[in-house]
Design a protein around this ligand. Structure first.
Ligand code: PLP
Length: 381
């Protein structure tokens, strides 16, 4: 007998159409997307196997190789945020019991540790105070001690604003027979990257920072040594959604359905990458460097000090020390509520000690710096 069911209307909100404040996003990400990126995202979706979409996927692959400076065939965008691409990098390279050595000098190094341990890796760490980076000698000693299958480093540690130099690390990894896995979430598009020159075997990133695109389509690349390790696996990749042996059949010649791609995000990513190609990646790097130097000068002239040594500072993310006696959270709140500007607070060890100011992608402009300093002057006077 059919039961008579009644509708519960408790959660039936009667809403007006969406209105969201317009913010200048100068935190650790997302950054504001370029207007034409948002326009591209508005294009009506086609099917994920439509020839027009498959052609767009090829373009994304090519442009990702360009911005990363790699020839890696297996260069794709993962459907998900940077953490999904991070997990894909780990899931596809780590086999249970592999020794994985992770450089931890901030929050995202710790996230790598957390993820790798969930894939049953034998995780070892080397650590540095937050804001510092590893020297080649330190890495050599650690490789000698731990003899890992994989060395994982964060190129741009978003929690500290430090840039881990990568020159020479790939050669070291070859000497010790391990893969080099690099987080480029806060560097791609804004910080020089030469993946092939530097011998990086696996890298991942996100769309919402230096590429100036909304979050959700995250670059991943696997070089020949990583693919070889993948093919030698005794066990299946422990994550179906992120398994590159399956995903490569959708991104490669077979074009086999795996999951429904977030079509509109790929439209946006394609446009963001197109804009970078139009500008030239080396010009994008220079623009980020020039604008961040202007930011540092203005902040220091204003009496604020910066957390990271100048030679290791990121052009995309600056950590600014909160002066004694100032309530950092209240300042950030005021910047948001009264000036529509978002800056980030400190994470982990640096919680309450720094603000994190991002100048990434479309937002790496002199006007962003001027607007922030004008607002800071009013809030901190
Ligand atoms: N790695 C680094 C260095 C990051 O800064 C972030 C996010 O800010 C992530 C990984 C994770 O990316 P998402 O937040 O897009 O998942």
């Amino acid at each position: 007998m059919m039961q008579t069911l009644s509708i519960d209307n408790n959660e039936r909100l009667q809403l007006s159409p969406l209105t969201i404040p317009s913010r200048l996003l100068l935190g650790p990400g997302p950054s504001n997307a370029h207007p034409t990126v948002l326009q591209a995202m508005n294009t009506p979706p086609v099917g994920h196997l439509d020839p027009a979409f498959l052609a767009l996927m090829d373009e994304i692959q090519s442009l990702l190789r360009y911005v990363w400076q790699t020839k890696n065939q297996w260069t794709i965008a993962i459907s998900g945020t940077g953490s999904a691409a991070m997990e894909a990098a780990i899931a596809n390279t780590i086999e249970p019991t592999d020794v994985v050595l992770i450089g931890v000098a901030g929050y995202f190094g710790n996230r790598l540790v957390e993820m790798a341990s969930r894939y049953d890796a034998d995780v070892r760490t080397i650590t540095k105070p937050w804001g510092q980076v590893f020297s080649l000698d330190e890495l050599r000693t650690a490789l000698q001690t731990h003899r890992p299958a994989i060395l994982a480093l964060v190129h741009a540690e978003t929690s500290t604003g430090a840039r881990q130099p990568l020159e020479g690390v790939g050669e070291l990894c070859r000497e010790f027979g391990c893969l080099l896995l690099i987080d480029t979430v806060t560097s791609l598009g804004g910080v020089p990257l030469f993946l092939d020159e530097w011998g990086v075997d696996v890298a991942y990133s996100c769309s919402q920072k230096g590429l100036g695109c909304p979050p959700g389509a995250s670059p991943l690349t696997l070089g020949p040594r990583a693919i070889e390790k993948l093919h030698r696996r005794q066990t299946k990749v422990a994550n179906w959604y992120l398994d590159m042996t399956l995903l490569s059949k959708y991104w490669g010649e077979e074009r086999t359905y795996h999951h429904t791609a977030p079509i509109n995000l790929y439209y946006a990513l394609r446009e963001a990458l197109r804009l970078i190609a139009e500008e030239g990646i080396e010009n994008s790097w220079q623009r980020h460097q020039k604008n961040v130097e202007y930011l540092w000068e203005r902040l220091e002239n204003f009496g604020l000090s910066l957390h990271v040594d100048k030679q290791f500072r990121l052009p995309t993310l600056t950590t600014v020390r909160i002066p004694q006696g100032v309530d950092g959270k209240a300042v950030a709140r005021q910047l948001l509520n009264e000036h529509n500007i978002e800056v980030g607070g400190g994470l982990g060890e640096l919680a309450g000690q720094v603000w994190r100011v991002g100048l990434m992608g479309f937002n790496s402009r002199k006007e962003s710096v001027d607007r922030l300093l004008e607002a800071l002057q009013q809030v901190l006077h």
